[in-house]
Design a protein around this ligand. Sequence first.
Ligand SMILES: [Zn+2]
Length: 101
Amino acid sequence: MTECEKCNGVGWYEVPNYRLECIERVECIDCLLENQFQDHLKLELSQLLCNASPQKLAQIVAELVVNSVNRNENDDLERIEGIIHTKNLMNALALGDTYSR
Ligand SMILES: [Zn+2]
C-alpha cells in the first residue's frame, strides 16, 4: 500500500487561509473514503466468512498469527508456545486481535 500523497497518511493536512491569515487543518477526504471502503470490505468479508467452519477459520487465524509473530523481530514465537501450554484462549484472541491491526 502506498502512502497518501495529500496527507502522508496522517489523515489531515494544512492549508493557508489567506483571508483569515492563518493555517487551517483540513481532513483528508481521500483517506476518509479509503478507510470507509476498507471498513466496508471488512464487514462484507466477515459476513461471507461466517459460512465457513470454525475449524477452517481457526486454521487460517493460527497461520496468520504465527507468520506475523515470526516476521516481527520484536516478538517471539515462544510467546505463542506459552499461550498454547496454558490454554489461554483470551490471550490467543488478544494476540490475533493485535496482529489484525
Ligand atoms: Zn490522505
